[in-house]
Design a protein around this ligand. Structure first.
Ligand code: SF4
Length: 204
């Protein structure tokens, strides 16, 4: 399930994400993030920047920290995996209409990027991941994930999605004994969503 609120963290200081990573490490140690999340919301003026109420901002922050913490826990196992896939959300494409030249292949199921726009983050992520040996899927929705995982035998999967969808995806991977890493969206919605390509590059 996606969030019931929208957010855009793409203009927040990059130090915010460094602090998310630090908080994730501390969560692993102390198992308490509520207070940390509230302090970070205040420090980085998340409510002013996103328009979220405190409760939704805390949910978002706790999920971001949780994603990082779970990445840390699984990292050692993930780096040992050989056959890997990257799952990208179609809503992060530069265009959501006919200007996007990706054709949808229902057999995969995935959009197949035609690299029509050098500044499209999905196109850039696809090239980066393929260069590093990943199979790449550009998904119209989370319902495609079980079909892809059942048809292939991946040992490691990286998913780019909002925090809520990451949780669902992790349950699917756990049930199939597949090691996962996640990159959370920094801007959600139905279109023009965004993720941090540098964070993805580090995790690939
Ligand atoms: S680069 Fe690929 S995903 Fe992006 S708009 Fe073009 S065809 Fe679509």
């Amino acid at each position: 399930m996606p969030y019931r609120f929208t957010f855009d963290l793409s203009r927040i200081s990059r130090f915010f994400f460094t602090e998310v990573a630090t908080a994730a490490y501390q969560k692993d140690v102390h198992r308490k993030v509520g207070k940390t999340a509230q302090e970070m919301i205040k420090k980085f003026k998340i409510q002013e920047a996103t328009g979220l109420n405190l409760s939704d901002a805390v949910t978002l922050l706790e999920d971001l920290i949780d994603v990082q913490a779970k990445n840390l826990i699984e990292r050692e196992r993930f780096v040992q995996t050989k056959r890997r896939a990257l799952l990208l959300p179609h809503c992060s494409r530069k265009y959501m209409d006919s200007r996007c030249k990706a054709a949808f292949d229902a057999a995969l199921p995935s959009y197949v990027c035609a690299h029509c726009s050098p500044d499209c983050q999905v196109g850039k992520a696809e090239l980066l991941a393929k260069k590093r040996g990943y199979d790449v899927y550009i998904l119209p929705g989370g319902s495609c994930v079980p079909k892809i995982l059942n048809a292939n035998h991946y040992e490691g999967v990286i998913g780019v999605a909002c925090g809520e969808e990451v949780k669902t995806g992790r349950e699917t991977l756990k049930a199939m004994n597949i090691c996962g890493q996640s990159v959370p969206l920094i801007k959600n919605g139905c279109a023009n969503t965004a993720f941090n390509i540098e964070n993805l590059s580090k995790i690939l």
